[in-house]
Design a protein around this ligand. Structure first.
Ligand SMILES: Nc1ncnc2c1ncn2[C@@H]1O[C@H](COP(=O)(O)OP(=O)(O)OP(=O)(O)O)[C@@H](O)[C@H]1O
Length: 298
């Protein structure tokens, strides 16, 4: 298990923050083998800083990162796969050579690096691009190469900073499939993203970070249960004031009035809606990750 515990980090101040900037204020979470963990938060919340500390690019002021119960060292990190936010490909090197080269850097012999590269080029739909220089590739294909570089040495853990940003749906699916395969093989995968629908679709667990603190973490279903269900009622052409006194909020779109509420007597609400107009929809819905996120960071 990868365990991140009570990480704190303050950056030295500039003219706008002479006292320094607290980037992390006690971040803790754990990612289990075979778990896909989505790390979400507003811009500047602390996701990249956390990942950089996990990968040893930055040092925390305090707190620990352990893997399999032991503090992480250089050798452990060599066996991790990392996609940094700033990316890190040699622009003039060919895609295939690059993946092989990173495989060698991570300790594979020439044959193993070539085999792994062939396999990844195939899986990620890059075989035709093997001999293209990275700078000649589209953003999506560069990102596929970047993922291949993170995967080439068959890593024990994957740490990916916004791997899906800027990708079209086909590329998203190619990357998602590659990550799911590793996960099924028992690799813990942590990735940050602002694409909450994608995180909801792919992840077993989610961590929501806000201003350097973890404001919610757990399985998506636990977070949903904690948030509670919402009753959504849509009434067309209702009589004015039909929802007066009912709990929740009403939004109006043309002749459609939508009431959303997390409490109240559902039968009473139904009676009022039927009396008021044509009831087009009446149902209980689970909160989306976007709703959970907005509530958690509010
Ligand atoms: N090298 C640095 N020097 C000073 N401040 C920094 C440095 N790196 C990050 N910060 C600050 O630390 C805070 C956390 O930044 P971080 O990049 O970790 O956020 P993030 O959640 O990854 O944001 P985004 O979603 O925009 O990538 C921000 O206020 C940022 O400005």
């Amino acid at each position: 298990m990868l365990e991140i515990s009570e990480l704190r980090k303050r950056f030295a101040g500039g003219p706008d923050a002479p006292g320094g900037k607290v980037a992390l204020d006690g971040i803790s979470f754990a990612v289990r083998p075979g778990e896909m963990y989505g790390f979400v938060g507003a811009n500047g919340a602390g996701k990249t800083t956390t990942m950089r500390i996990v990968m040893g690019v930055l040092q925390a002021d305090s707190g620990t990162v352990t893997w399999q119960g032991r503090p992480l060292g250089y050798d452990d990190r060599q066996r991790f796969g990392y996609m940094p936010e700033e990316r890190g490909l040699y622009q003039k090197m060919r895609a295939g050579e690059q993946i092989e080269y990173f495989g060698r850097l991570h300790g594979l012999d020439a044959q193993a690096a070539k085999r792994a590269t062939d396999d990844l080029l195939e899986r990620l739909g890059l075989t035709e691009r093997r001999n293209d220089a990275v700078q000649a590739l589209s953003l999506g294909n560069q990102q596929r190469v970047q993922l291949a570089v993170a995967l080439v040495h068959d890593p024990e853990v994957l740490v990916l900073d916004e791997p899906f940003s800027g990708l079209d749906p086909i590329a998203v699916d190619a990357l998602a499939t590659a990550l799911q395969e590793r996960c099924r093989g028992g690799v813990p995968v942590i990735f940050s993203s602002h694409q909450l629908e994608l995180v909801e679709r792919l992840c077993d667990s989610v961590g929501i970070v806000s201003a350097g603190r973890m404001v919610a973490t757990g399985t998506v279903s636990d977070l949903r249960a904690a948030e509670g269900d919402t009753l959504r009622v849509v009434v067309r052409n209702p009589a004015p004031g039909w929802a007066d006194g009912l709990p929740g909020d009403v939004t109006v779109n043309g002749d459609r009035h939508t009431l959303r509420t997390t409490d109240g007597d559902d039968q009473e609400i139904l009676r009022r809606a039927v009396k008021a107009g044509h009831v087009e929809h009446f149902g209980v819905e689970q909160p989306t990750l976007t709703e959970i996120f907005k509530e958690a960071v509010a």
